[in-house]
Design a binder for this molecule. Structure first.
Ligand SMILES: C[S@@+](CC[C@H](N)C(=O)[O-])C[C@H]1O[C@@H](n2cnc3c(N)ncnc32)[C@H](O)[C@@H]1O
Length: 296
């Protein structure tokens, strides 16, 4: 690249991209909703504008229309590299270990019932929208402890942990967390499952990391995910920005992936007035969980 070109690009990078017009906002809003499921309502307009313009500056682009054209080209999958970057900027990755304790208590009771089945040899868990890994690692630690307490070394277990954001999944795979994050972990689990990994950082044991398969899955494209016969699906704080009909569609697809008797745990208040013909609601007001009927 010539020096003049570099200077022009740098000048562009310093310039503020102009605000979106209503028409541009409507186009982007519809595109993101269709591909990724997130609704960018009027309240999120300035967040969308800032996120897009920051990314456009990095790319040396000034025109929302040109960037839009670039994003609608290709197969349209959110797995495409530029979509992966943009989606990462637009999604909220906030999470924590054992984020909602009543949901983990409900999970623990279900695992307990599985451990009482003498013929059981496998337990499969799916953390949907796993962010930086705190959720699947919490599920894993709890399961490992329960297996040991029940002396069920004959049971093989594994967790699929999926998210749309590739950088987030990369962090999750490393399993390294700062000491402040780790304060959410009970002391007995911390000393049992974590080891120091540099200054003020801790890494979860390799034996736990190896049980978790981190994979990029867009919940809008669940038909491509070859995951079936799952004993527990944990899907919390993922569908909060999705339209009601999309939520129902996605959760309906998750139900199809549950094993008979399997448990679906959603975030409290995430599905209001929702029922499914194959599910029974778990009788616990503190959680939003459903068990798949064994016979349909
Ligand atoms: C707020 S975090 C929730 C993390 C964790 N489940 C929890 O409750 O702590 C939401 C996660 O959903 C992911 N996400 C958002 N849209 C998604 C989509 N269309 N498909 C898959 N994951 C998505 C985000 O990347 C983010 O990591």
């Amino acid at each position: 690249m010539l020096a003049d070109d570099i200077m022009t690009k740098e000048r562009w990078a310093l310039q503020a991209v102009r605000p979106m017009t209503d028409e541009e906002f409507n186009l982007w809003q519809a595109l993101i909703e269709a591909r990724v499921g997130m609704t960018m309502g009027a309240a999120r307009r300035s967040f969308l504008g800032t996120s897009l313009s920051l990314r456009m500056r990095e790319l040396g682009m000034q025109d929302y229309g040109a960037y839009y054209e670039r994003m609608v080209q290709g197969s349209g999958s959110a797995a495409e590299p530029e979509w992966a970057v943009l989606v990462d900027r637009l999604t909220v990755q906030e999470t924590s270990f054992f984020r909602h304790q009543p949901s983990y208590d409900c999970y623990g009771r279900h695992i307990e019932s599985l451990l009482h089945e003498p013929a059981r040899r496998q337990i499969n868990i799916w953390s949907v929208g796993c962010s930086t890994g705190e959720e699947p690692y919490s599920l894993a630690m709890q399961l490992q402890v329960q297996l040991e307490q029940a002396a069920r070394s004959d049971i093989y277990w594994g967790i699929t942990a999926s998210d749309i954001s590739l950088p987030t999944l990369a962090k999750a795979r490393r399993g390294i967390y700062g000491s402040r994050r780790c304060q959410q972990i009970p002391e007995n689990l911390m000393s049992r499952f974590f080891q120091p990994a540099g200054r003020d950082q801790f890494q979860i044991q390799a034996s736990v990391r190896e049980r978790i398969c981190f994979v990029q899955i867009n919940v809008m494209e669940l038909e491509n995910a070859p995951i079936y016969g799952v004993d527990v699906i944990f899907c919390q704080n993922v569908l909060i920005y999705f339209k009601r009909f999309r939520k129902r569609d996605i959760v309906g697809r998750l139900v199809d992936r549950l094993a008979p008797g399997g448990l679906l745990i959603l975030g409290v208040n995430e599905m209001v007035d929702w029922q499914h013909p194959h599910l029974d609601r778990v009788n616990d007001a503190g959680v939003l969980a459903f068990r798949r009927r064994i016979t349909i």
